[in-house]
Design a protein around this ligand. Structure first.
Ligand code: PDD
Length: 367
């Protein structure tokens, strides 16, 4: 079937879109569906107009005119022998190395047009259907790490355009939920670390979890609670956490300057602790040469730094693989202080070491 993909005609089998297409990675794309009925496109003008409007609403435009789009569609319909069918048009912002903000990115929108045959003639009279009601949840499940990231992309880019490094989302009551691609923290006036609890309004950050444990390990008090703008006015420090930014100090929120605009010592300490722990892992894992076909689970136990450093387990049945694990650990010249019998409930892997087929479990398991 002939299609128009990535700004050129090609057979559907040979169609190629980069996996760095922002539509694929962020939902950073718009689309239309137009029905075709025996020589006629239903509401073509309305659909093309809305396509332009959708693009403009999310801040990009396509340099291909409506008449050129119509010409492409007509050729597809003719060559694909369409009598009844639908035309799917999608335009993504373009393709580039993944980053939420598209500010200053060299992007060219990517147009895709596909046709689908509908065998039967559209019926004039059809039977009724049953429908049900459900809550409008579009999109109120930020705790699910989906690629539906357009609001995050737009917020981050608006921030970048105005000189901010991150955008913080507010809930209906003006409490901060989280950053567009990070979790948010403050050190409050009583020297207690605050971060929002996992109340369904934030992503359960893997880094957040590690930092919670780093903080506990460093005897810093932590309270998982909602953070208001007033809390920020009186806080001593603030920072964000994420896999890509680790711990990044925040010195200003809107007009509010934190810690006289200076990076605070707690933020620094947590960043340092976090990076040192991960450096240790990476250096150890780089030394493993004989693991090509095996999967290794690395369990950080941050509450006890020594055990954290020296605990390695195979996947599957931990008990039966215990001796194998010990010899592996010995082969790595790691000093095993204690082999814990740990049950893994929640397999949250971060594919950090995918190349070697290694899996890093960043879930922190209490001793
Ligand atoms: N984003 N909240 C949101 C909305 C995020 O997108 C992220 C991470 C986090 C922090 O989660 P973690 O510590 O597991 O990385 C919180 C990644 C870095 C991204 O989309 O690039």
């Amino acid at each position: 079937m002939l299609s128009y993909v990535n700004n050129k005609f090609c057979s559907l089998d040979n169609a190629k879109i980069s996996v760095n297409d922002r539509g694929y990675q962020f939902g950073d794309a718009v689309y239309e569906v137009i029905l075709y009925k025996d020589g006629k496109f239903l509401d073509m003008e309305g659909h093309l107009k809305r396509l332009r409007k959708s693009m403009s609403r999310i801040d990009f435009e396509l340099n291909i005119s409506d008449s050129a789009i119509k010409t492409i569609i007509k050729r597809l319909v003719t060559e694909n022998n369409l009598k009844y069918g639908s035309i799917y048009i999608q335009v993504s912002r373009g393709e580039y190395f993944r980053d939420h903000s598209y500010f200053n990115m060299p992007l060219k929108p990517i147009l895709v047009i596909l046709t689908k045959k509908i065998k039967e003639k559209f019926k004039i009279v059809v039977p009724g259907i049953k429908v049900f009601t459900t809550l409008d949840t579009r999109w109120s499940n930020p705790d699910i790490k989906t690629t539906q990231l357009l609001p995050n992309v737009l917020a981050k880019t608006e921030g970048m355009k105005n000189g901010f490094g991150e955008a913080l989302f507010l809930d209906d009551n003006s409490y901060i939920t989280e950053g567009s691609s990070s979790n948010f923290w403050i050190l409050d006036k009583n020297n207690i670390l605050n971060t929002r609890s996992l109340d369904g309004k934030i992503l359960a950050g893997i880094t957040r979890d590690s930092i919670l444990n780093c903080a506990k390990n460093k005897k810093i008090k932590v309270l998982e609670k909602k953070i208001s703008l007033d809390d920020i006015k009186t806080c001593k420090e603030a920072f964000i956490t994420s896999a890509s930014s680790f711990v990044t100090p925040v010195v200003q929120v809107d007009e509010m300057i934190i810690n006289s605009g200076l990076v605070g010592e707690f933020s620094n300490l947590l960043r340092k602790t976090y990076l040192e722990l991960n450096d240790w892992f990476i250096s150890k894992l780089n030394n493993i040469s004989n693991l090509k076909e095996k999967v290794l689970i690395v369990i950080p136990i941050i509450n006890n730094y020594k055990i954290f450093k020296d605990s390695f387990y195979y996947r599957d049945n931990i008990d039966s693989r215990k001796s194998e694990t010990i010899s592996l650990v010995n082969a790595m010249k790691v000093n095993v202080l204690e082999v814990l019998n740990i049950k893994i409930n929640n397999f949250s892997s971060a594919n950090l070491f995918n190349k070697n087929k290694l899996v890093y479990i960043s879930e922190v398991i209490q001793k």
